[in-house]
Design a protein around this ligand. Structure first.
Ligand SMILES: Nc1nc2c(ncn2[C@@H]2O[C@H](COP(=O)(O)OP(=O)(O)O)[C@@H](O)[C@H]2O)c(=O)[nH]1
Ligand SMILES: [Mg+2]
Length: 358
């Protein structure tokens, strides 16, 4: 079940419980729809934050890196501010290799760089409510908070102050919702799962906690029961310009083992309660995104609604057991390939083969 996030924005704001139900309804209707192929293709995260905090730098880098990771998959920038990125997952490569698959298809996530959220936007400042049309459509919000000092880059309020920045953004979201509530819409922004993205200098990447601004965001995020991810938009941007073989050395020199994209996506999956399962054969190995708690037929429905309607059973093996056995056939011989029925709750990393009849 989704963790609803009414209280994510301001700790002191008391929220009537009916808003929880409205939010739950919205979330459910989006993710349990039977045309669930939408799930793997339209998971959307919107990047918001004050001007000059690094939103576009992060967006561009993440989309570039995503492209580089999946050369043979149509990841792209759809519009200047919308891009689809492969979900990095080492397991996909391993399974694909074991199954001698012709291709491997990662799960994907769509990022939207949402500009225009400034102090007073809900009252018509800047681009006014222009940001709303984009932000209403996203499943989660990534709020970039500036934690890097750089006198050459103007801060809209003249100084680095994460607490005040976060309050400005969250208040604008709340004001927009108050207006929206009058219109009786169900998808309130304040119910969207929100992750704080602390944009830090590259020297802070290995130990973000050493930066007092990050500690402040951390405290705030935990008060608001949100997640925090520290990232350096600058480093992501530099990474996207390096040839792939030089990237890990560069990351190593900064004291980290992978780019920030993985952390961001994992936090999003955690916050949205999402899981990954795989299908793997000679034709292709593919990662599928489902909601935690989905049954085998519901998970099958993510591939095709016929799979859900005509579901008979699912040959299922855990990722670890598959890898230990080396193939589906070997897993069957070892007795670790289970035949699961319609009540089976799909587990993280399951490798599944659906039997169906329509
Ligand atoms: N020093 C430093 N500069 C950054 C960082 N991230 C972004 N910038 C710079 O800040 C400016 C504004 O960044 P941009 O991504 O356009 O901000 P946006 O308005 O939030 O989209 C640009 O000149 C970036 O190069 C960072 O992590 N460190
Ligand atoms: Mg921008």
């Amino acid at each position: 079940m989704a963790r609803m996030a009414c209280h994510h924005l301001l700790p002191a704001l008391s929220v009537p419980s009916s808003r929880h139900y409205a939010g739950a309804f919205h979330f459910q209707s989006r993710f349990s729809s039977s045309s669930a192929s939408k799930i793997s293709m339209s998971l959307k995260a919107g990047i918001v934050g004050l001007p000059n905090v690094g939103k576009s730098t992060l967006f561009n880098a993440v989309v570039e890196n995503g492209k580089a990771q999946a050369a043979n998959f149509p990841f792209c920038t759809i519009e200047p501010n919308v891009g689809i990125v492969a979900v990095p997952d080492q397991r996909l490569t391993v399974l694909s290799h074991l199954s001698k698959s012709q291709r491997s298809v990662p799960a994907s996530i769509e990022f939207v760089d949402i500009a225009g959220l400034v102090k007073g936007a809900s009252q018509g400042e800047g681009l006014g409510n222009k940001f709303l049309s984009h932000i209403r459509e996203v499943d989660s919000i990534l709020q970039v908070v500036r934690c890097f000092e750089d006198n050459d880059i103007v801060h809209v309020n003249g100084k680095i102050d994460p607490r005040s920045d976060i309050e400005v953004i969250n208040l604008e979201l709340i004001f927009s919702d108050l207006e929206q509530e009058a219109l009786k819409h169900l998808c309130l922004l304040t119910m969207k799962p929100l992750i704080y993205v602390a944009n830090v200098a590259e020297s802070d990447l290995a130990e973000p906690r050493n930066n007092p601004h990050v500690r402040e965001v951390m405290t705030l995020a935990s008060d608001l029961q949100s997640e925090l991810v520290a990232i350096s938009a600058q480093v992501e941007s530099e990474l996207s310009e390096l040839p792939p073989e030089e990237r890990s050395e560069f990351l190593g020199s900064l004291g980290v083992s992978e780019s920030g994209l993985g952390n961001l996506i994992r936090a999003t999956y955690r916050l949205l309660g999402l899981r990954t399962y795989f299908t793997s054969g000679e034709k292709e190995t593919k990662a599928w995104t489902i909601q935690a708690g989905m049954t085998a037929p519901q998970a099958a429905g993510v591939i095709h609604s016929d799979f859900e309607r005509g579901f008979i059973r699912a040959e299922t093996v855990s990722y670890d057991d598959f890898v230990a056995a080396g193939s589906l056939a070997a897993a069957r011989e070892r007795g670790v390939l289970r035949s699961e029925g319609k009540d089976y709750i799909v587990q993280e990393g399951d490798v599944m083969l659906f039997r169906f009849n329509v």
